[in-house]
Design a protein around this ligand. Sequence first.
Ligand SMILES: Cc1ncc(COP(=O)(O)O)c(C=O)c1O
Length: 366
Amino acid sequence: MTADKAAPAPKPGILDIAPYVGGKARIEGVAEPMKLSSNENALGAGEKAREAYAGALDRLALYPDGRAVRLREAVAEHHGLEAERLIFGNGSDEVFALLNQTYLQAGDNIVTGQYGFLAYRISALANQAEVKLAPEPGFKAEVDALLEAVDERTRILYVSNPSNPTGSYNTIDEIRDLHARLDPSVLLVVDEAYAEYVTAPGWETALPLAREASNVVVTRTFSKIHGLAALRVGFGYAPLAVAEAVDRIRLPFNVSIPGQEAAIAALSDEAHIRASRELVQSWVPRMIQAIGGFGFEVLPSAGNFVLVRFGSSERAAAANAHLNARGIIVRPVGGYGLHEALRITIGTEDQNRAVLDALSEFAAQV
Ligand SMILES: Cc1ncc(COP(=O)(O)O)c(C=O)c1O
């Protein structure tokens, strides 16, 4: 090696990508902060999943089943899907990355809403594709705007339904309309990470659409209602040709044994799913009403979180500091251009009351 040789350079574009910043987990000087910054399940993992995870201890020396066959069959049976059409990932984030890697080349683009989940964008940029954002003036993905953003280089259109961080959703009629008017060469990915929480009228899963269409992928995760974010398990239900293409580049052992085992157990833990859903469904309206009563705008939410708009970025920063000072971590969403807002995950009853107390105090000061 000669001293004057240039240092290794990442591919063009890599250093232009803003690193993903996850929800903060610590506050200086607070031993056990309330972490309401990543839309995790306030009840944690269910008992069945915890037992299955513990039961995997004696298999730590082994490689996982690369096809995740038992998990594949359990998911297929649970949702009534064809097992061979499932793509498993290290979280649904990996499914997005695999789709991007499989379908995007330099100069292609993905389309998503202005406030579409950031994870779609990072791996698109890493594949030297562009990201086209459709305006969401009402904080909701609009079919016409999404279709207008599609051009001849669009390969994938992502919709999160419900959407993070806004909490908005699209009805199944809107999703079907979007699909009907989308060029069939474009893959439509419907990210249903929060599906199990939704009660909103007109929302339905797009799994039946994915079954009949040749260009629709629906993704789900074990990180949200199943409370297994640490284990990183998600999946996509795709046309067989898509699943087979993705499988060629998937790392062979991308879902761990404890992850597979806990996910299988979580699927059948109906009591935990019900309790998690009921907690969120009872607190979302209470949080919206109470925070609205303090004079802040709260968007309707179909997920396990609410987006609170404080009117200015300064006031949102002050609210964030006030919550932090009371040991509560929520999520600033400036990465989405929502500098005036904070996203607050629904917590346990005590945590939600602590948030309301802190915001009520804050409102009295401003
Ligand atoms: C809309 C949306 N999709 C996907 C994910 C990622 O889930 P996973 O943990 O399966 O990667 C999240 C997590 O916050 C999300 O909000």
